[in-house]
Design a protein around this ligand. Sequence first.
Ligand code: S3P
Length: 442
Amino acid sequence: MVPQRKFEARPARSVTGALVVPGDKSISHRSLMLSGIAEGASEVTGFLASEDCLATLSAMRALGVHIEQLSPTHVVIRGVGLRGLRDAGFALDMGNAGTAMRLFTGLLSAQSFNSRLIGDASLMQRPMERVAKPLREMGADVRTRAGTPPVDIGGGRSLQGIVYAMPVASAQVKSAVLLAALYADGVTTVIAPGINRDHSERMLASCGVRLDIDGLCTTLHPPKALVNQKLNVPGDFSSAAFFIVAGLLGASSEGLLIQNVGLNPTRTGLLDILRSMGGDIEVLNRRESGAEPVADLRVRASALRGVQVPVELVPLAIDELPVLLIAAACAVGETVLTGAEELRVKESDRIAAMSAGLKSLGVAHQVLPDGMRIEGRGEGPAFSGGEIDSFGDHRIAMSFAVASLRAAKPISIRDVANVATSFPGFVGLARSVGLDVYESAE
Ligand code: S3P
């Protein structure tokens, strides 16, 4: 058995200096898939060499795409064209990566061969019917085991374009349908119930695919081919989020500078929420990198106030809500989060996981079916210290590491190996700006 890893996060006085977070996970997954089915070689820099994206990389290789990693973050992908993927001959292991499993379900449902998708213990329990259902409507043969993986995909189906109104504002579902739609007869329209991340649309357009976007309706016109791309992946806003909150809780007087952060407006709900809580976050040096907006962020220590989180911002901050709850615990007054039932089906049940950790650390809160009410402590230590469990969820582990800035005593965080699924080098980077966090065997 692989020995478990833990974090020991001791109360540090402040954070300071500058850092660059690793590349965006959503964009890195998509860069491999789209480049793999494009014509000719694509070059990706700033690639996120995390376990999740490496699962996608291995799967694309197994499907016959030649991929060279010139360095961990510099990847050259020799596209095989829309019809060039080949049967891997074995089950493709997506590890912990929900994005990989859902997007591959779309891509593989349009191929001439059969596929099977599996994952780790967490992924094997996550809902897959949300992608299987619209793909079946297109004529695909997608089977789940009572809604969860393994996902079995029968090849050789000809797909039809559909109009699909998604019940949840999920970029993974939309992207799975759009990937299958590349191969369909006729156009496909996906209608979302709310704003969700649009990296797929931006990258598909860069690859020459015609998309008509009208508010929450996205229509894809099947292309003859995809054009290769040269892409520099921006830093992941979801990884930057831990340092944004760290800066608000404990930046030194000159603040904390986070450089090269992707600021796609479908991802930055956390900025709006934290600013409404009184957070001092300055956006500097706005620029474009490929099809995505990028900037540097300067964060200063701020006295935060509790808020009612606007429900329309929830999908735009979905992966950042665990660390938002850490900020809320340090604010003056109550914060109320609702409309976030999707947190229940992430890498862990993130409402339950945050509640268990907050309880162990003495933070008063009430669990709601779709969120949480949390009583902020204001100035001074908000967390007692003690041992908590991350439930194998990377974002829970990193959120509680940030909490150590306002802890009375060290916080010991169990089961943290999965931090490597999204944020390789988190501990080193956190230490470089002053967080006092160590990783060791449990
Ligand atoms: C992602 C979409 C979101 C997000 C996930 C990455 C993507 O999931 O939580 O971490 O890359 O498309 P949903 O589509 O389930 O909202």
